[in-house]
Write a new protein. Structure first.
Length: 381
């Protein structure tokens, strides 16, 4: 008989790791891990806001300024604003910067709600859009049914020039992610367009590829409004976030930062550009994929890992002059190849603590476990 996997509760009793940095599904359900603006758009590989809250409480004080040189979807920035700190995030990916700017911007809520509801009221007209098969790029025509693509492009035209166009562009990309021709259970890593009905392991019945997008646009527009309103009530007064679209290896930083909380990309695990390909195609975003660290396309061979280590070390060396003496550097990473001891030494950092945490997933029982290291370091004096 096949042995059943341990429950999370049993696992937590048996393993030795920092319980203040690990949560069971019962203690921290998915709706809490994706609270308010953290769910404006799915993002693979992000760390959870509760982890950032703990690190901010341990190593920072309200009113200080936190830096994240691998800012990704902006978790550090959002939680800093909620915890009473300023934050600066740097990222090479244009879509990441758009998402961070939308999450951290201050909004006049009456104006925002009026515009979103006005756009939603116009969505019915998109159902009459011309579903020409040559409407988009080759990628868009492959991955979207003609009607869905016509509605997405119609929405893009509808929101052009609007006061909150950037926020509505995030709504568009979130809908585009859901409207792709893919199987429901392959939504995170679709391999090829799904053109025929299929047996759905998620819903336990036969499903069909998505044909339209307007229902996603409507749902996500209203959900985005709700989440932004919730965060506006929670964020601290007088605290701001700065988003820089730049290469963290090279950008000169002005001012002084009180420390770093970051989660660098993992080498060869996720293609960070491809996961948002639809956004780059629909919005014609600045494509700098060749400069991104850790892309899955580069693999995990010796040369790729060497390049990854060089890149991370250069970033940590570059930001050093902008940090106050003795500032904490908190790095959250799955260091299963034990790359970071050498990276820290090359960057002039001394390791102070290394905590192991269990990464929560959606189910109480699992076949395998995933762990992260939380590295706390400071620059050598």
């Amino acid at each position: 008989m096949r042995a059943m996997a341990l429950t999370q509760e049993a696992l937590y009793r048996e393993l030795d790791f920092d319980l203040e940095l690990s949560w069971s599904e019962r203690d921290l359900p998915e709706r809490e891990r994706t609270k308010h603006v953290h769910r404006l758009h799915p993002y693979l590989g992000k760390f959870i806001p509760q982890l950032v809250e703990v690190l901010l409480g341990r190593y920072f004080r309200p009113g200080q300024h936190v830096l994240d040189p691998f800012a990704g979807s902006g978790t550090t920035l959002v939680q800093s604003l909620e915890s009473g700190l300023d934050a600066t995030g740097i990222d090479i990916a244009a879509f990441n910067c758009l998402l961070m700017q939308v999450k951290t911007r201050r909004y006049e809520l009456f104006s925002l709600e009026r515009e979103i509801r006005s756009v939603v009221a116009e969505l019915d007209s998109l159902a009459e859009s011309d579903a020409s098969p040559a409407y988009g790029s080759a990628y868009l025509n492959d991955w979207y049914a003609p009607q869905a693509l016509a509605e997405l492009i119609g929405f893009r035209e509808l929101i052009t020039g609007r006061e909150h166009a950037d926020l509505l562009r995030v709504v568009l990309t979130r809908a585009a992610r859901s409207a792709r021709r893919t199987r429901h259970f392959d939504l995170e890593f679709p391999r090829e367009p799904q053109l025929e009905p299929y047996w759905c392991h998620k819903h336990r019945h036969t499903c069909r590829p998505v044909e339209t997008a307007s229902h996603f646009l409507r749902r996500y527009a209203l959900d985005t409004l709700k989440r932004v309103k919730e965060f506006q009530r929670l964020r601290s007064r007088g605290r701001e976030a700065i988003v820089m679209h730049a290469d963290s290896c090279l950008i000169p930083l002005e001012g002084t930062y009180d420390g770093i909380i970051t989660s660098p990309p993992y080498p060869g695990l996720i293609d960070y550009h491809e996961q948002h390909r639809y956004a780059y195609e629909l919005l014609a975003l600045d494509d700098r994929r060749e400069q991104e660290l850790g892309a899955a396309a580069t693999g995990t061979g010796r040369a790729a890992l060497s390049s990854y280590c060089d890149g991370i070390a250069r970033v940590l060396e570059n930001v050093r002059p902008a940090l106050r003496p003795g500032a904490p550097v908190a790095i959250v990473v799955n260091d299963r190849r034990d790359l970071y001891p050498e990276i820290l030494i090359r960057a002039g950092l001394e390791l102070e603590d290394r905590h192991r945490r269990h990464v929560n997933r959606r189910t109480g029982r699992r076949a395998g476990e995933f762990y992260e290291d939380v590295l706390i370091a400071r620059y050598a004096r």
